[in-house]
Design a protein around this ligand. Sequence first.
Ligand code: ZN
Ligand code: ZN
Length: 231
Amino acid sequence: MLARPARRLAGLLFGGSCFLCRGAAEELLCARCDAELPRLGARCCPRCALESPSGEVCGRCLARPPAFDATAAALAYRFPADVLVQALKFHSELSLAALFGRLLEERVARSERVDHIVPVPLFARRLKERGFNQAMEIARPLARASGARLAPELCERIRDTPAQLGLPLEERRRNVAGAFRCPALVAGASIALVDDVMTTGSTLDEVAATLKRAGAARVVNWVVARTPPPD
Ligand SMILES: [Zn+2]
Ligand SMILES: [Zn+2]
């Protein structure tokens, strides 16, 4: 397999190959793979983006309203969205960030305008290990396209948290409690939080609560992929 820059060059010269099926492609994905992505439709809870047959706010959100006001998710977190998300995060396939940015843009074009776009931050040590924050890479093209200000400085992760994977909801909540800080006043602002995957939503809930304590009027989640409900 060619290294990424070489592959990109080859793509420019000879027409590229699809990231998923290796067939001919002018973009990162061929038209067929792109069309087959598990895009989420309108039958989602506007607040948490879980399936809601009527498209109304779901029972979970009614019973325990999260700190965020809305969620726009581009894809369901299943094949091949999971492969793409993991390739960005764990194999540094940074060109996927542009694809995710475009998919989210399609999705939030029907949504609302915000003042600031805030990528969910990584803890400093993890950022150093990985060399980039995938949420930041996804937020960059979104900020360019939407005209909102990219504002990573509005949220800091002040505590490392163990991996959330496989933990039950209550433990996830405890895990991230007090893990973030907003070092500025954001009185009256509307903010979009950007992340790659939303699982239980406890991290986004904690960040939204932090931003609201700093005065944010409205916080919405823009996530590339949403996992199905836990049960
Ligand atoms: Zn393909
Ligand atoms: Zn909901």
